[in-house]
Design a protein around this ligand. Structure first.
Ligand code: AMP
Length: 229
């Protein structure tokens, strides 16, 4: 099992890039935000517990998040490669992830991509973001417009503004990121697995930079990335 983590503020481009990398490689994209939104849609216990936190732009408790991710990883196969988007978001989550990986697969986080960009870019991306109600695909009113206004290119679903993409909640989420998530940069740098990416650039440029960094010296077999590329 290979695990890479995408770390960065809301709006830094993790989800958009992860979707593209996942299509280009064998990496499975796990977005905890998407998982929680799906749980809310389905009306599960976790969904009910998470909804209030998400609406307010605060973090869902660590215990809930770790249970959610650990359950998902346990369902996986030993040859699976995962790209975690939006998890971990706190030091306790990072620590519990390490413990869970050791237990489940005898492995550790292989690489952490830190999506670094300015506050102005983050706010512009979040306020302009439109999300498919049905499949969760992301667009942007100017940067990534859908072919047909208000309609998802991927599944034809309706595009909406996420409830937590309103200005006031965006500012709250950025504050929460600074207070609770940013310290993970130092945590992973110390472990020697951190790669910084300038994520103010277009997604395709970032994907191109990431692909070689997802080959771990075994000809790409463990990653699903074609060895010949
Ligand atoms: P995202 O789609 O990654 O922006 O996540 C949306 C919301 O889901 C966040 O603002 C949190 O309320 C919640 N969430 C997602 N991932 C986590 C996590 N790892 N820890 C705590 N809360 C999370």
């Amino acid at each position: 099992m290979e695990i890479v983590v995408l770390l960065g503020a809301p709006g830094s481009g993790k989800g958009t890039v992860a979707a593209k990398v996942s299509t280009a490689t064998g990496f499975l994209h796990i977005s905890t935000g998407d998982m929680l939104r799906e749980s809310i849609k389905q009306g599960t216990d976790i969904g009910r517990e998470a909804e209030g936190y998400m609406k307010r732009g605060t973090l869902v408790p660590d215990a809930v998040m770790v249970r959610l991710v650990e359950t998902r990883l346990r369902e996986g196969k030993s040859k699976d490669c995962y790209m975690l988007d939006g998890f971990p978001r706190t030091l306790p989550q990072a620590d519990l992830l390490d413990q869970a990986l050791a237990k489940i697969a005898g492995t550790t986080v292989r690489r952490v991509f830190f999506f670094d960009t300015s506050r102005e870019v983050l706010i512009d991306r979040l306020t302009g973001r439109r999300t498919c109600k049905k499949c969760g695909a992301n667009f942007h009113i100017r940067n990534i417009p859908p072919k047909k206004a208000g309609i998802c290119d991927v599944c034809g679903g309706t595009l909406i503004q996420r409830p937590d993409d309103q200005e006031e909640t965006i500012l709250k989420r950025l504050k929460v990121y600074n207070e609770q998530t940013e310290s993970l940069i130092a945590y992973y740098r110390q472990k020697g697995v951190l790669v910084r990416l300038d994520s103010g650039r277009p997604a395709d440029v970032i994907v191109k930079e990431m692909l070689p960094l997802l080959e771990f010296g075994d000809g790409g077999r463990s990653t699903g990335v074609p060895a010949s590329r």
